[in-house]
Each structure stands twice: as structure tokens, then as C-alpha cells.
Design a protein around this ligand. Sequence first.
Ligand SMILES: NC(=O)c1ccc[n+]([C@@H]2O[C@H](COP(=O)([O-])OP(=O)(O)OC[C@H]3O[C@@H](n4cnc5c(N)ncnc54)[C@H](O)[C@@H]3O)[C@@H](O)[C@H]2O)c1
Ligand SMILES: [Mg+2]
Ligand SMILES: [Zn+2]
Length: 275
Amino acid sequence: MPSWQPSVLDTTVTGGWAVAHCKQQFLCDSNGVLFPREWLKKQDLPVIAEHGIGHFGDDAVYVLELKDCVDLPGLGWQGLRRYMLESDIDTYKMLGYASQIGIWAREHRFCGGCGEATQQVPGERAMSCELCNIRHYPRISPSMIVLVTRGDEILLARSPRYVPGMYSTLAGFVEPGESAENCVRREVREEVALSVDNIRYMGSQCWPFPHSMMLGFHADYADGEIIIQEDEIEDARWFDVRSLPPLPASRSIARYLIDSYVATRLGLPQPVLPN
Ligand SMILES: NC(=O)c1ccc[n+]([C@@H]2O[C@H](COP(=O)([O-])OP(=O)(O)OC[C@H]3O[C@@H](n4cnc5c(N)ncnc54)[C@H](O)[C@@H]3O)[C@@H](O)[C@H]2O)c1
Ligand SMILES: [Mg+2]
Ligand SMILES: [Zn+2]
């Protein structure tokens, strides 16, 4: 499998390969998502932005951001989540990156300060506004995710958005003025009314749904009884490491945090954080 290497490519150079993206979906056919770029640009597509995003093996790759997910004969659309679950890691990384750049390009065609059209900065992943003399960079939203444990028990919760039966670790976005550790304390308190101690950093993961940076932690239960925050969570419980419910996808940091603790308690080999 070719490997994926992001970089900023000049869109005035012709040739290479391209993906067409719209709302976390990719245009595809039976060969996949990469199309000869010049061919793709000749199709009847509502392109609103184009960025050169890097190399897949030796091939230069561009993303065409489309206004709508239009139907083309013989072609379909496939969501990023499906690639996260089913494709090789380099294809998933390429498409996660393409999706983040596509969404950012869509949302930064005009300056938020003055409303004028922005321009791509050559050689940099930025849109500039000459009137305001500012640059708009891709947005990344730091989020914490935490596995809370109490001896052989781990705390898992269900959001109403999850597939039936699945439970996962607690997560939430870092707010202005907050450290990642304070975010861990606040989210655990808000979502399940527990307090935690001994918060330690476990690793991070880009989570392109749509632009999160997951900061993974492990924390010990300190105090309190579970009271769920009903608008975000429909159930939360302590599970014994020997009898766990259906868990998140193996590529997620949520799953890594769980597998790592289970491995420690049961004396199994440690998992590797997929990145
Ligand atoms: N990779 C993983 O293993 C994994 C697992 C669980 C959650 N996540 C991700 O973690 C992130 C946070 O999880 P959550 O949904 O529980 O968050 P959360 O507990 O903060 O609740 C979501 C709410 O946060 C607000 N919000 C949305 N976008 C925001 C932003 N950019 N900044 C601040 N607030 C925002 C909205 O009100 C939204 O309803 C999500 O992107 C989710 O997909 C990743
Ligand atoms: Mg949450
Ligand atoms: Zn401006």
C-alpha cells in the first residue's frame, strides 16, 4: 500500500490525482476515490475550492470541495466513517486530511473579519485577507477523552447517537481558558457527576469528524455516585474488565484507552495507538 504524506501543492500546476469531497462524503467508483485530476475537473461538478493536499505514494493529490453531493452516472458517494472503519490506514489518513481541508476551504472562502473574498497563500495552508492583513488557518478543536477506572471496573457511557448497545469513554471539547486536565475534571463532573484524581496523559489522535484533536487521558475514580447528564448521555455504568459491552471501533483512541487498561489488568500484551 502506498503511504500518505501531506504537503501544500501548487494548484496552478496541472496533472496528478484528485478526490471530490462534500460534507464528509467522497465521490467514488469501483477503483476507489482517486480520479485523474484533469478528467475530474472536466466533469459537471460544482467545485467551490481546490487545494493540493499531498502525496499518496508518488502521486500528487488534490481535493476538490463541492457545493453539493451531486449525482454523476456510474459514480457514488461514500462517507469518511466507512473509510475509518474499513480501509487501510494511509487511505483513511489521506481522506481524513482531505475532509478537514475541504471543510475548512468551504468555510473560509470569505474573511470572517470583513466579508471580502480570501486568497490561498502560496506554499502555506492558509487563506489570507489582504484588507485585514490576517491569515485564516485550518481549525482544529482540542477535545479530551478519558477512561475513568476503579480497580477492575471501568466507567463507560452511551450517547443516544451511538449504535445500539455500544458504550464508550467520556469525551468533550476543551473550552476557552481551560487546560486539558481541567476539561477532563469538568466533563466528568458534568456528564456523570463524579470526581476524578491522578489524571495522566495517554496519547493523542487526530479525529477528523469534523476537526477534533483528541487528547487521551486515564483517571482514577475519586468520589461520587453516577448521575447522568440526560441531554448528552442516556446511560453510564461501571463495567468489569472481564465483561465489557460492545466497544468503539479499534481505530479510535477510545478503544485504545479501554484495551490498554484491560491489557494491564489481565496481563495481556499492550495495544498500539493507531495514528
Ligand atoms: N476518537 C475517539 O475515540 C472519540 C470518542 C468519543 C468522542 N470523540 C469525539 O470527541 C469530540 C467531543 O465529544 P462529545 O461529542 O462528547 O463532546 P461534548 O461532550 O463537548 O458535547 C458535544 C457538544 O459540544 C458542543 N460543541 C460542538 N462542537 C464544539 C467545538 N468545536 N467546541 C466546543 N464545543 C463544541 C455542542 O454543543 C455539542 O452538542 C467529538 O468530536 C467526538 O466525535 C472521539
Ligand atoms: Mg461528551
Ligand atoms: Zn478581512
